[in-house]
Design a protein. Structure first.
Length: 206
């Protein structure tokens, strides 16, 4: 299987470089209205972006969307830029670590709304439904040159059961984590049935 790295990036808060993958004009306009003095408050559910792949030799296109969820994000605020970046709660007290539980909602399918203008190719003999119904997930945490891998505490398809053919699948993937400093970077990896990475989505607070 050959995969070209994700090309498009979405930034939830461009001025703060918080999340990556394909820029949304609406979010961009909102972030321009924010100042470093007031900072940017996070939300319990936040988009990480979208991407598109083309399965070959079937020549079928799949679009993807990813969201991260954690109720503790509602109490987190970012201020400053670069080395002056601060992560605090809404009272201004320093926040030292990510939430201990992170849930990712991942949607993939031929009818998923978000569609990138360019795609990358994934070579697979599997049918579209089998491919999108047998995905696995892994969370990578980067601290300098060190990398830690975490497997999900739970990963399941929600909505239409996987045994019923469908042109879209929605996964809910939960990770139970140790204390991870807010200075670390995270990457959600989407793996195919054989364990090869077919997509990635980044999460970074600093």
């Amino acid at each position: 299987m050959s995969v070209r790295p994700s090309a498009q990036k979405l930034s939830l808060l461009p001025a703060l470089a918080l999340f990556f993958f394909a820029l949304s004009p609406l979010v961009a306009a909102q972030s321009q209205a924010q100042s470093e003095d007031t900072g940017a408050q996070l939300h319990a559910a936040m988009p990480l972006g979208g991407d598109s792949m083309l399965l070959q030799p079937s020549n079928q296109r799949l679009n993807m969307l990813a969201t991260v969820e954690a109720k503790d994000f509602d109490n987190i605020k970012l201020t400053g830029n670069g080395r002056s970046r601060k992560v605090t709660d809404l009272s201004g007290n320093p926040v030292s670590s990510y939430p201990r539980e992170l849930t990712f909602r991942f949607t993939i399918g031929s009818r998923t709304i978000k569609q990138e203008t360019s795609t990358y190719t994934v070579n697979t003999p599997l049918s579209l439904d089998r491919f999108q119904s047998n995905l696995h997930f892994r969370l990578k945490v980067f601290r300098g040159i060190e990398v830690q891998n975490f497997d999900p505490a739970e990963a399941k398809i929600v909505g239409i059961p996987p045994e019923i053919p469908c042109d879209e699948r929605i996964y809910r993937v939960t990770f139970s984590l140790p204390e991870i400093p807010v200075s670390d970077r995270m990457m959600l990896e989407v793996l195919d049935e054989a364990g090869a990475r077919v997509a990635k989505f980044h999460l970074q607070l600093m």
